[in-house]
Design a protein. Structure first.
Length: 301
């Protein structure tokens, strides 16, 4: 099978499934191995791909991304990439996904930010993934389920949004408007479009625990713009920074180019935020894109 793109529209997914004589759900594991070369793991050399099906019928791809010269915790896990890809494309729900290796605890926790996360169905293509798993009668890996199990079966005693948030708070894949704005739109900065893109990203940021939204806009040497926003986890550490989220957009839509092609970046966040992204974002970009002109602007709201 040809290497998939990072987003497959519903009509294309239906057509591909029909060509292979399977349902769209059963197409997901067939796309895993072809997607693994899209990963960027220069440190571990361990390629991971995650293929997800949204409620819109679209298929999304996630891969792991590592950054030499930086601490390992800056890495983007394949499942985090997948979820970020869904958010960037305004996909409201993740129903099924297939992944090449068992999700680490970090990713199992991050996925809890999706509403009804325990009911997400997961298929791990690694044949050894369930060798130590004992499932109950409702989660037995059977021919009927085509190998999928509920996410709850691999994180049965979870900690998540329900422990910290009211039930009506919008969760990760749901619409957000943080109502942020600038008091001065230009503030001496000529490239206001990049600044406004970063503000728009910050307004979509998912930060219900710290209430410190932030967004990033990147521009490459050809003028193409990428954006991403901060996404929190109830367990804090699995949270994904706005630069990493924007780099997901770059990897997915930048034509496979290197990070050194990023020449400009804008971060927007609140001035007196308890959780600040500026220092981490600056360090990350200095390492992966040394020629990047990095600007920070503070918003209110």
């Amino acid at each position: 099978m040809d290497r998939p793109s990072f987003l497959i529209h519903a009509e294309e997914a239906e057509s591909a499934a029909k060509q292979h004589g399977v349902s769209v759900v059963n197409l997901l594991p067939l796309l895993v191995n072809p997607a693994k070369p899209l990963a960027r793991p220069p440190i571990s050399k361990f390629h991971v791909a995650a293929i997800g099906l949204g409620s819109s019928g679209r298929i999304f791809v996630g891969v792991n991304v590592e950054f030499p010269g930086l601490p390992l915790h800056h890495s983007i896990h394949a499942e985090q990439f997948l979820v970020t890809n869904l958010t960037l494309n305004s996909e409201p729900n993740l129903r099924h996904f297939s992944v090449s290796a068992a999700p680490c605890g970090h990713c199992r926790q991050f996925l809890q930010e999706i509403r009804d996360a325990p009911d997400i169905r997961i298929l791990i293509t690694d044949p050894n993934a369930f060798r130590d798993v004992v499932t109950d009668e409702n989660d037995t890996v059977s021919e009927k389920d085509d190998g999928y199990v509920r996410l709850e079966s691999i994180l049965p005693h979870r900690f998540g949004p329900n422990d910290l948030l009211e039930r009506d708070v919008p969760l990760l894949l749901e619409p957000h408007d943080n109502r942020l704005s600038f008091s001065d739109i230009t503030n001496g900065y000529t490239d206001s479009d990049l600044k406004l893109t970063a503000l728009s990203a910050a307004n979509r940021s998912y930060s219900p625990y710290s209430r410190c939204p932030s967004g990033v806009a990147l521009v490459d040497c050809e003028g193409r713009v990428y954006r991403g926003w901060y996404m929190e986890s109830a367990a804090y550490n699995p949270s994904l920074g706005p630069v990493q989220a924007a780099l997901v957009d770059f990897v997915a839509n930048g034509g496979g180019e290197g990070f050194e092609r990023i020449v400009g970046a804008v971060l927007v966040e609140k001035k007196d935020a308890v959780v600040r992204q500026e220092h981490t974002a600056r360090m990350l970009l200095q390492v992966i894109a040394p020629k990047c002109d990095f600007k920070v602007f503070h918003c209110c709201g």
